[in-house]
Design a protein. Sequence first.
Length: 440
Amino acid sequence: MSPELISIIVLVAVFVLATTRSVNMGALSFAAAFGVGELVADLDADGIFAGFPADLFVVLVGVTYLFALARANGTTEWLVHAAVRLVGGRVALIPWVMFAITGVLTAIGAVSPAAVAIVAPIALSFAARYDISPLLMGAMVVHGAQGGGFSPISIYGSIVNGIVEREKLPGNEITLFLASLVVNLVIAAVVFVVCGGLKLPRHAATAPRSAGPGAAAAESALDDDGGGQAPAGAPVEESAIGLTPDRVATLLALVALVVAVLAFDLDAGLAAITLAALLSLFWPKDGKKAANEISWPTVLLICGVLTYVGVLQEMGTIDYAGRAVSDIGVPLLAALLLCYIGALISAFASSVGIMGALIPLAVPFLAKGDIGAVGMVAALSVSATVVDVSPFSTNGALVLAAAPDVDRDRFFRQLMVYGGVVVATVPAVAWLAMVVPGLG
């Protein structure tokens, strides 16, 4: 049996054991990375740790630390009420506001995880406050970020268009942007309906409400283990959510985070943890409470899985799968399989890295003219990014870590099932809509 097949079998075993034995998947993944790396791939410790996502570790810790401080001193409560006032108290509009904000941020140049890191904690705090499905709110944030992610001046758009130009393929920047925007907008609309968005109040609302039966049914369909989010509780009195010095300082810190990431292209994780440390110096009681609320199980989970994925990349398993597909003699079938591979791998790894690897793999049969290059590039790009709702991707991990007052294991399973549904359906839809018609 080849090393590549062994590594794939071990990956499947990790998922099965983590699901059936209720063991943290990250811990099992670290063990798998050690075993496969040392015994199968002949990697030393440095080679194994090369796949450790240090940047994502800092993002998860820094962002959850900063927003735990914001929750501890009541800043998120203030923001929630400000958001309600912004839309005239119409709770049903808030998920779409979050979709639009993250979409605009990525469209004007923010890296998708940075936009999600900024918006998700506020959006999920609002969801907890008004007992909206966290799956609905998290999906709206991530799909909003991906919807704007391929504008001609965005990070994703610039990278993909650069790859297309370098490979001397026909390209269309507007088609790429609109393809991603439309797909993510349609998915967001479906999630909004399925997860109870139509049950949310369209009239002015000032107090939390129970999730409607549509949301309960949707979450039950995704996870039948029971449990879930506790009721939001009694509304906070207006006097309790006024601006105090610590809240003003926290709001300034959040603005500073946005400026640091968007204007100066600084790392979101390092900026967030620096701002959180500064706030803790002035309000140590809140800082101590916030440090205990960093989502360490989520950090272990995500970092462990991605470390093992790094081992797979190091030993050539991902390239092995890509080459096997590109050698298929039927162009349309090869295109479909490449979309599925891009979606599946991107659910656990870098979307940009996957696009950078798969688009060149598609060049040989694109050069024959049997498949439209514009449609194929758009389908690959959409397939490789729309799955970022997976809890193993950076965006999905940020949503999971940012959600307050939820049964985190249940929310993780919901995100994993939802991500699986997206992986199973969207590549085929993108292929049918963009590749089969011969676009480009």
